[in-house]
Design a protein around this ligand. Structure first.
Ligand SMILES: [Zn+2]
Length: 248
């Protein structure tokens, strides 16, 4: 037990460092480069990156995000090591933890889920889903998740067009980005059919509740702006994980 605890802890910390690295370099260069500063794009020495020190060129502080990501992935690695969702193998847990962490960070920081990260997600989720649910359920789940969110995506676009026509101010914040559509496909592969349906329903409900809370808080603070988009990615992932625990 103590040995496994140490393995989960170590893997979680490594995943956290890698997630920080990928969420810094991928939005800038779309490929793996030396560690860079997300703000100014200057290279950062590896030891400065590994200790979460501020950028010496522009002064951007990195410590809070860096250490909170590592803390979160370490705790999630330990939790899912001892209680794996959907009887997932350990290696799949760690790889998916990395991919989902990068998605959550870039979604919160830029409201974007990068295409490359989505593709990695498709591959990892397809293999894991195949292992858990077999081939047919996995493929059906992926197609189902993708198509449902594609429908919601076009619905959101039509709604935004309508609203901007009425208000003469363009609504350019998309409620749902295409990254969310890909993520719904990834979660579909991972949970399989028909479990993808409660997973996405959970995501929509949780995301709706969070939007509601944000709107109420911003009305109280008198800073309400209609149509401010919240990052939906974390809720889609959460819906998938809840369903994996519940149905498998
Ligand atoms: Zn900088």
């Amino acid at each position: 037990m103590p040995l496994m605890m140490f393995v989960y802890l170590l893997c979680g910390a490594i995943v956290g460092i890698l997630a920080n690295y990928m969420a810094d370099v991928l939005p800038r260069h779309r490929r793996f480069t030396k560690p860079v500063c997300l703000e100014c794009g200057e290279n950062r020495p590896i030891e400065k990156f590994l200790t979460g020190k501020p950028c010496k060129h522009c002064g951007k502080k990195n410590a809070i995000r860096y250490w909170s990501v590592i803390l979160a992935t370490t705790m999630l690695s330990i939790a899912s090591g001892f209680f794996p969702a959907g009887k997932m193998p350990f290696i799949a847990v760690e790889i998916l933890l990395l991919i989902f962490s990068v998605m959550v960070i870039t979604d919160i920081e830029f409201r974007v889920i990068l295409e490359q990260v989505s593709w990695a997600g498709y591959v990892a989720a397809a293999l894991t889903g195949w292992y858990i649910n077999g081939f047919t359920k996995t493929i059906l789940g992926g197609i189902c998740g993708f198509l449902i969110f594609l429908g919601l995506y076009y619905l959101g676009k039509a709604f935004a067009r309508r609203m901007s026509r009425n208000r003469e101010v363009p609504v350019d914040e998309e409620a749902l980005g295409f990254g969310d559509v890909n993520l719904a496909g990834v979660i579909g592969l991972l949970t399989g059919f028909p479990y993808v349906l409660p997973a996405l329903l959970c995501a929509v409900i949780l995301g709706g509740l969070a939007s509601g809370v944000i709107i109420i808080v911003s009305i109280i603070n008198k800073r309400y702006e209609a149509f401010q988009a919240i990052p939906y990615g974390p809720f889609i992932i959460l819906g998938g994980i809840l369903v994996l625990y519940f149905y498998h």
